[in-house]
Ligand binder design. Sequence first.
Ligand code: CDT
Length: 315
Amino acid sequence: SRRLTVAAAQLGPIQKAEGRDVVVARLVRLMELAHKRGAEVVVFPELALTTFFPRWFEEDINNADHWYEQALPSNETAPLFDAARKYNIGFHLGFAEIAHEADEAGVVRKRHFNTAVYVHPSGEVVLKYRKVHLPGHREFDPKRNVQHLEKRYFEVGNLGFPVVRAPVGSAGPVNIGMLICNDRRWPEAWRVLGLQQVELVMLGYNTPSINQDAKGFEAHHLRVLHSHLSIQAGCYQNATFGVAVAKAGIEDGCELFGNSIIVNPQGQIMAEATSWDDELIIADCDLDMCRLGRTSIFNFAAHRRPEAYGRILEQ
Ligand code: CDT
C-alpha cells in the first residue's frame, strides 16, 4: 500500500503588526513538530505569512505591496526552505503573490494573486495554484463592520486547477492538487481536480465565524458545518484525501473559526483540530483508498454524463 503521513498545521491569529520573522519562526516550529511526529508533508493555511489583510481598506493597492511576496524563497521565507531540507518534509504554503507577468492582452504588468505552492523537501516548487473563487467585494462597504476586499487585492487565478504527479514522502509519486478557501464550496472546482485523478487536495482557509450577509438566516453554528460539508463531499465525490487547514482565532479583533480537518476518500474526518490556535494534526493516509471510488460509483468513464451538464459552462 502507498502510505503517507500528512500534517495539517493550523495557525492561530496573526495580528496586523506581527512581523514575517515572528510568523516564519512559528511555521518552522510546526515543521519541526510535524517531523518529530512522523509527518512527510505539512500543510499551512491560506495567506499564512500575514494577517488576513483584505479586511483592511487601502485606496491605492500599490501601497499594499508589503503584504505580498515578490519572490519565494526570500530572505524572510528562506528558513521554511531550510527546515524542509533539514527535516526532509514537503510543505504547502498560502501567500499573497506579486508577479510581473503578461496579462490577457500581452502587456507585462504588476499582478496580484492569492496563491499557494507545494514545495518538495529539496526546495523545488513543484506545484503552484492561484485562487479562482474570490469572495467579498472590491470597494469599501460602509455597511459592513469588517471589510472582505479580496476582489480589490487579487486578480482571479489564471492557472486553472492543475494537478501534478509529484514525489511526496514515502508514497512515491502522488497526484496532488490545491484549492484555496472559498474554492472549497464549489463542487466544479473539486470535480476539475477529480477529473485529473487527484489523490491529495491541500487547501487553506481564513473564514470569519460570522457571516455579515446572513441577516438571521444562517445560525453561527452552521459555519463550521458548511465548511466540513463542502470538504467531506468534495473528497468523497472525487475519491481523494483532503487536508483543509485554517487560520483561526481572533485576528485584528475579528474571529476566524478553526476546525481544520484531514478527510479520507470516504468523506470521513480522520483528524480535526480542537483549538483555535497553532495546532498540528496528523493522519496516516493509505493512498490506495482512492481506488475504490474511482473504479466504482465515481468511475467517471463509465458513469459520468457530461452531455447533460452543458449549463455548467454557460455564463
Ligand atoms: N478567505 C475566504 O475565501 N473566505 C471565505 C469567506 C468569505 S465571507 C465574505 C470563505 O468562503 O470561507
